[in-house]
Design a protein around this ligand. Structure first.
Ligand SMILES: [Zn+2]
Length: 414
């Protein structure tokens, strides 16, 4: 259940000035989202969720957007899409409405912190303190206690036309969790995914997808960055070149994002359940080094996409214990150390042989099943569940058809 509580707020003059300036930056962000929505043709525009991925680009291009809390900035983009949806609902109800307009300063008087960047403190008396990241402490009149069992999801701070301030807390109290019907899961239609080293992904049913080749793009980036280093900092040429560099970076980011979108959509659309390794645990195990952090972040985003889309498609996505998925034999469970260059799994104990990553993906699948409390079906021994041939798919194919599956069904809108 979701509901809101309102409180009058009394920022100091100094804090109020900060609030004014932040809200104005949010107003510009709102207007910029509208601008991009109407004028820019790109895959990551059209929903709040996608549009959030443009925010790093915004910050590259306009440093002012780095000044505000980034979750709150996302929330402002979401607000734009909420208004858009509200508008189209009104249209559907037969009302005559225009388009969304740019907000002038008088029309945009609030910002919302979502999930993080805020804290409610000192709640024992009649006054309490709201802390907002990048703003500071704000005193509020705490005339009504927030129930213990309620989670604060959001905080909105608003300037009234009178010049007074209000905060509202978006609260949520748990409803009963939905009971998942794991018994109806189809084993044959569930898949374990090994997140790649040699391949981008390797699934337990033998599909491999290549890494996206970005050599040309990175070469171009290096060239433009070299150019930038030769310009005089602060000059017009420098500024121009800086924007070119930002553009190339953006282009790369979009390509990767689009690739991830396509593969995750395919995974959740085609399967009942998708199992992946738990990256948090994996990183702890491997104590990943700085050089790898970028790819770790990319995998994290991959899993975020996967989980988000799983909800849309009613697919189950489960992260499993990653320790030893490569060493363990998918057939008998005996562990064998394998250096990175050994591409085949060949079990000294039971003799089971297959591709190293296929073996890992199969272990991920089995762990997913035991995580759900399901038995691995006895009539499906690993040797028959594993495909004898690997179905290898190029990045180009995924980009063009949106899917690694050969006979692709009709594409589904996201
Ligand atoms: Zn074995």
């Amino acid at each position: 259940m979701e509901y809101s509580y309102y409180y009058p707020a009394y920022p100091t003059q100094q804090v109020a000035a900060k609030l004014d300036s932040h809200i104005d930056i949010h107003r510009q962000a709102y207007n910029y989202a509208l601008y991009e929505y109407e004028n820019v043709d790109a895959d990551d525009i059209g929903s709040a969720y996608n549009h959030h991925y443009r925010l790093p680009d915004w910050k590259d291009e306009f440093s002012v957007f780095s000044e505000v809390n980034s979750k709150a900035l996302q929330r402002t983009v979401t607000r734009f899409y909420q208004n858009l949806n509200g508008l189209s609902e009104q249209k559907q109800n037969g009302r005559k409405v225009g388009n969304l307009n740019w907000k002038s300063p008088g029309e945009f008087q609030s910002m919302t912190y979502s999930q993080s960047g805020f804290e409610l403190k000192n709640t024992s008396g009649r006054n309490a303190t709201l802390w907002l990241s990048k703003i500071g402490d704000i005193s509020i009149r705490y005339h009504r206690e927030i129930p213990d069992e309620a989670d604060i999801k959001e905080v909105t701070i608003k300037k009234e036309t009178t010049g007074g301030w209000f905060v509202s807390f978006g609260l949520e109290t748990d409803d009963l969790p939905e009971i998942l019907d794991v018994d109806s899961l189809n084993v044959d239609n569930s898949v374990g995914v090994d997140l790649g080293i040699r391949k981008y992904i390797h699934t337990s049913d033998g599909t491999t997808v290549d890494w996206l080749g970005l050599e040309d793009e990175y070469e171009r980036l290096r060239r433009e960055q070299r150019n930038l280093s030769r310009k005089d900092q602060g000059s017009n040429n420098y500024e121009k070149q800086r924007q070119t560099v930002a553009k190339v970076k953006r282009h790369i980011r979009r390509k990767v994002l689009d690739y991830q979108h396509k593969i995750t959509t395919w995974l959740v659309r085609e399967h009942d359940a998708v199992f992946v390794e738990d990256l948090d645990v994996k990183e702890m195990l491997e104590q990943s080094h700085n050089a790898r952090n970028k790819q770790d972040a990319a995998w994290r985003r991959f899993i975020t996409h996967l989980e988000y889309k799983a909800e849309l498609y009613g697919t189950l996505v489960v992260q499993v214990e990653p320790a030893g998925t490569t060493r363990e034999c998918a057939s008998c469970g005996v562990e064998t150390a394998k250096p990175i260059w050994v591409r085949e799994h060949s079990c000294p104990s039971c003799g089971f042989e297959c591709d190293r990553d296929a073996n890992a993906a199969m272990n991920v699948l089995q762990r997913g099943f035991s995580e759900l409390g399901l038995e691995w079906p006895e009539d499906t021994p690993v040797e028959t569940a594993l495909p004898t041939d690997t179905h290898s798919v190029s990045a180009k194919r995924v980009i063009e058809t949106g899917s690694p599956t050969l006979n692709e069904a009709t594409p589904v809108a996201e």
